[in-house]
Design a binder for this molecule. Sequence first.
Ligand code: NAD
Length: 251
Amino acid sequence: MITIDGKVAIVTGGAKGLGRATAERLIQAGSSGVVVADVCAEEVRKAAGEITNTYGVEVLPCCTDVSDQTQVEAMAKAALDKFGRIDILVNNASICPVVSWEDATLENWNKILSVNLTGMYLCTRAVIPHLKSRGNGRIVYVSSPSAYIGSVVAHVAYGVSKAGIIALMKFVAKNFAGDGILANAILPGPMDTPMGHSFGEELWKAWEQKAPLKRHASASEIADSILFLVSDQSSYITGHVLWVDGGYSLT
Ligand SMILES: NC(=O)c1ccc[n+]([C@@H]2O[C@H](COP(=O)([O-])OP(=O)(O)OC[C@H]3O[C@@H](n4cnc5c(N)ncnc54)[C@H](O)[C@@H]3O)[C@@H](O)[C@H]2O)c1
């Protein structure tokens, strides 16, 4: 069984979907504290309360817009004030609006890049000094197959942001390996989350039929891969891009 006993994690976009499933999985695996950070203030407080009640481990909600440097720095400080350490960052928060090429604007292009890419950069920057000082740390970047194949139905900037995340991850893996920091990316296939369903039921069903396993992933199956990458069981894996798509990319 994979354990991360005593480790403290920050999970961005933790109010729902994959972020929430990851927060729960890390706690089930022995994490001593998790910060769930999200723009949805009410939802993030509710999620944190529910997880704490279920597992009896403190989950700290942070109302954080990952694209806002001040809020991100406050999130890292809150984690340290509350738990005294940070071991793990799960860079998960993203937006994926469906906007055609014709309707795309510089404004919505900038918005998507600022949340999906700059947000992961800011969160990385905020935790690196602490991880370096401990000589240990794990960062997982949640990318997407769109990084390789381009956005499918989403705004063009979504795939661009997800490709940028992989370059960011590789930089971190190369430059901070000597500080004991391992960084990896996962590429989930279609997943049973609010984002996964936001493209409409017709597409959802069509993608399901196309999938080799004839089903989409649950968020907790994807969270399992994140748990592996932040655990001691992956101690020689860094700079890796892990497809967790049930073979969807083969179709
Ligand atoms: N759902 C899929 O099919 C799928 C497929 C491939 C990759 N992904 C990736 O997986 C990750 C999780 O996706 P999901 O399906 O759980 O999405 P979701 O939309 O269900 O949840 C995303 C969470 O991020 C939060 N968020 C949005 N903007 C934020 C911001 N500025 N600051 C902080 N939090 C913010 C939302 O409030 C929400 O709680 C994302 O990075 C997404 O791109 C999802």
